[in-house]
Design a protein around this ligand. Structure first.
Ligand SMILES: C[S@@+](CC[C@H](N)C(=O)[O-])C[C@H]1O[C@@H](n2cnc3c(N)ncnc32)[C@H](O)[C@@H]1O
Length: 350
């Protein structure tokens, strides 16, 4: 396969970004340009990421770091990609007001081979306005990214590029950074190390800096999996019977659990959240589930079913809850090599 010339590659990135960063772009156009961006970056690398050698995950004590192909594929979740990009731009603009006359330094933890959430921003900010430090645990992903940066001639946007575990790295050499950016998650904050990365790297964030996403909110409730007459999923108001917030991954949310930010280095023990099961549940609500909402920044929010990241994560069927006469369910977020919620089901005493 022939490698691409920088001028052609830059021109194509410019074209793709102009559609991707336009909030008025229709879904069909977003879908197409996300595929175009995947193809452009694959062409720059002159390899086929879909082949089996690029699928290997890295297993960490804090969760799974997905292999280059899977990380690259995230781009195709087009609503996710656009909402994160628009949210990041909005966060950079907010930081420009808080920290005037200096480049905004973004620490981007978990870039994958494409640094999807950074590349389009090089078409709308100058290197005097924005700088990135990029962290990635997978050495193949990082070496692919190096080649992409070189071909697109955007080295002057990159302060540092490091192969490391973002849950343990000493981030003092990257300071000061005004934005901490990471998308290392699945729905329900399960399996991947988003929480461990966030809590670790927030310790080093410049005071008054911003976390992106600003808030990942998990709520427990019941899910109605029926379809409407056209065969579409029901809208959120009909599909979700929300009971209670179970996790607020945001700076204010973490401060509620541990007000002293000097303690944020310590391993986190997250509180047990008790969900009282209502006496009656409409039979249409067939599953007890976790619902994920991601506020990337300001008005840029990924809601129910808008992305793979905001699919409900089913914990228990309503049938089992009734059969076992469940009174309450205790949920606790556990950090481990397979992070996620532990579930303790408390049955009614006869
Ligand atoms: C879900 S992919 C997202 C890729 C890209 N940022 C995007 O949004 O399209 C997450 C990436 O983070 C990397 N990653 C996961 N855990 C990490 C860790 N602890 N330290 C550094 N990188 C990590 C994975 O290897 C993977 O490339």
């Amino acid at each position: 396969m022939m490698t691409m010339q920088p001028a052609a590659a830059k021109h194509e990135l410019q074209r793709i970004s102009s559609i991707l960063l336009n909030p008025a772009s229709p879904h069909g156009a977003l879908f197409t340009v996300c595929n175009d961006m995947f193809q452009l970056l694959e062409k720059i690398l002159a390899l086929e990421l879909a082949s089996p050698d690029h699928r290997e995950d890295v297993a960490l004590d804090s969760g799974r770091a997905i292999g280059p192909f899977w990380a690259a594929m995230c781009i195709r979740d087009f609503m996710r990609t656009q909402t994160y990009l628009l949210g990041l731009i909005s966060a950079v603009q907010a930081c420009q007001k808080k920290f005037p006359n200096q480049p905004i330094h973004v620490l981007y933890a978990g870039t994958g081979p494409f640094a999807t959430l950074a590349l389009p921003l090089t078409t709308c900010f100058s290197p005097e306005e924005i700088q990135f430090t990029m962290l990635e645990i997978n050495p193949s992903s990082l070496s692919y990214l190096e080649k992409i940066i070189e071909t697109l001639e955007i080295n002057h946007y990159i302060r540092d590029l490091k192969c490391c575990d973002a849950t343990t790295v000493d981030a003092t050499p990257f300071q000061p950074y005004q934005i901490l950016l990471s998308e290392t998650m699945q729905n329900g904050l399960q399996n991947e190390p988003q929480v461990a990365i966030t809590t670790h790297l927030l310790q080093y964030l410049e005071p008054d800096g911003l976390l992106v996403p600003e808030q990942i909110l998990l709520q427990a409730g019941f899910l109605n999996t029926s379809f409407d007459e056209q065969g579409n999923f029901l809208p959120e108001e009909q599909a979700c019977y929300l009971l209670q917030e179970v996790f607020d991954l945001s700076i204010p949310g973490l401060k509620k659990i541990e007000p002293d930010a000097n303690q944020w280095a310590a391993p986190w023990i997250f509180p047990v959240v008790t969900i009282q099961i209502p006496e009656t549940i409409d039979e249409k609500f067939t599953n007890f589930s976790l619902f994920t909402t991601i506020r990337v920044h300001g008005q840029h929010v990924l809601k129910f079913l808008e992305s793979g990241l905001t699919q409900p994560s089913v914990l228990l069927s309503t049938y089992r809850i009734r059969e076992r006469n469940v009174q309450k369910i205790e949920l606790q977020y556990q950090q481990s090599n397979k992070p996620g919620f532990s579930l303790n089901v408390v049955e009614k005493q006869p």
